[in-house]
Write a protein that binds this ligand. Structure first.
Ligand code: NI
Length: 226
């Protein structure tokens, strides 16, 4: 499932990210790629352990914690510290699947990448190309969002970033291990939760709402590995 999360960062936060980027030392993006993806990856990244990546990563994580839509769609157990990339003109990232398991830097923990996330940080009018293209069972989906907005997509999917032909594309990217490993179970819980939120507005006193909320939690109890 692909889920669009609007308004993750405010315009001021996006401007702050870009000011930090202007002062940062960028390195070859192949540093965090697996063997296959390194061969098709042509972009730049902030070094994972740089103070800039850490500061902005915290900013992104705090914003996600305040997003009920993100929490509901992902049911996060672990979130990889957000990374930041830059595609200058002529840069792209060919078709690949993200590594399944990633060590979390600075910890003894590992993370299973269930969900991939891209947070767009450039104004879409400021560059051409640079679409994120995700292949799933329903075909190919091209995504280019306003700065501050996030797309979630299955880490198991083949995806690529088309060549930037004008300007610069800046983004944050990271992965999430969900408490619910199975994507179809996660999608059912998300649909149910969205319907519950709507019913809460429409018929807040309905006894059926209590029962359905119970069904949500009892499914989560069966499926989650907290
Ligand atoms: Ni990828």
């Amino acid at each position: 499932m692909m889920v669009h999360i609007p308004h993750v960062l405010t315009a001021e936060q996006v401007a702050h990210c870009r000011a930090v980027f202007d002062q940062a030392a960028w390195v070859d993006g192949r540093g965090t790629a697996g063997h296959q993806s390194a061969q098709v990856k042509k972009n730049l990244q902030l070094p994972e352990d740089s103070p800039q990546a850490r500061e902005l990563g915290e900013l992104v994580l705090r914003a996600l914690e305040r997003s009920p839509l993100f929490i509901s769609a992902v049911l996060p157990q672990r979130v990889f510290p957000p990374l930041f990339n830059r595609y200058d003109t002529q840069m792209n990232f060919g078709s690949h699947v993200d590594n399944a398991i990633r060590p979390i830097p600075g910890t003894p923990l590992r993370l299973r990448t269930d969900v991939s996330a891209t947070l767009f940080l450039s104004d879409p009018d400021s560059y051409d190309g640079g679409e994120l293209v995700v292949e799933d069972t329903y075909g190919s989906h091209s995504v280019k969002l306003p700065a501050g907005e996030l797309i979630l997509y299955p880490a198991s999917s083949l995806h690529h970033v088309t060549p930037v032909t004008r300007g610069v594309r800046l983004a944050s990217f990271f992965w999430i291990q969900s408490m619910v490993r199975d994507v179809s179970q996660r999608a059912l819980l998300f649909d149910l939760d969205m319907a519950l939120m709507q019913l809460n507005k429409e018929v807040p006193q309905s006894p059926s709402l209590v029962m359905l909320t119970g069904v949500y939690h009892n499914l989560l109890r069966q499926w989650a590995e907290p």
